[in-house]
Design a protein around this ligand. Structure first.
Ligand SMILES: [Zn+2]
Length: 205
């Protein structure tokens, strides 16, 4: 028996009872869905699940800064519902170890873990973040690119030609882009697709 199934669920947005994904049908329909693709080198495709606005912007902030890890499960499941099992493995954008120590977890990895579980794909960690970068949200577009330059170091991945890269938020896309380039440096033949939970161009959040 799955005992977890006996625990009542309540909508995280309006608190009405619901199941099983912690979001009632109405709130779910009213989410800022976009499923919009955006150009981001060197990815074959880069897509966002939501626009970065209410309630998703609040969720992301709570996940990142208030340890509300159940949000990772919620958005991870909402994302995996949109995906087919098209890849061989999943990679989350890593945090620098300094930031990881401060926060205690990597929110992108927390999300990716649920996607990996749902799609029955391995979550692999072929890269590390070698530069402790300034928060991207504090910078303008050009400074963001400079800030992210050579921020990651990746290793060669055996027997893997198609990867799904996951991050929580893309603003200008410079983090995603730099990460993809670092992966490609060691794995020139790998095909990369990216999905982010929310996309908000040039918004100071
Ligand atoms: Zn609701």
């Amino acid at each position: 028996m799955n005992w977890l199934a006996l625990i009542p669920h309540f909508c995280l947005n309006c608190s009405k009872p619901c199941e099983p994904i912690d979001l009632c049908t109405k709130c779910r329909e009213n989410l800022p869905w976009t499923l919009e693709t955006f150009a981001c080198e060197p990815y074959e495709s880069a897509t966002s699940l939501f626009d970065y606005r209410n309630p998703v912007d609040t969720w992301i902030k709570q996940l990142k800064f208030s340890r509300k890890l159940y949000i990772a499960k919620l958005v991870g499941l909402l994302l995996s519902e949109q995906l087919e099992r098209d890849w061989e493995a999943i990679v989350a954008i890593p945090l620098h170890k300094k930031r990881l120590r401060q926060r205690g977890y990597n929110q992108a990895e927390e999300i990716a873990q649920f996607v990996a579980q749902a799609l029955k794909l391995p979550l692999i960690k072929p890269c590390i973040r070698i530069k402790s970068t300034q928060r991207q949200t504090d910078l303008n577009k050009n400074d963001r690119e400079t800030n992210m330059f050579e921020a990651f170091e990746c290793e060669h991945i055996e027997f893997c030609n198609k990867l799904l890269i996951i991050d929580d938020v893309a603003s200008t896309g410079s983090t995603l882009s730099e990460f993809g380039q670092a992966l490609k440096q060691q794995n020139p033949d790998v095909q990369l697709d990216a999905w982010v939970i929310a996309h908000g161009f040039d918004r100071k959040n």
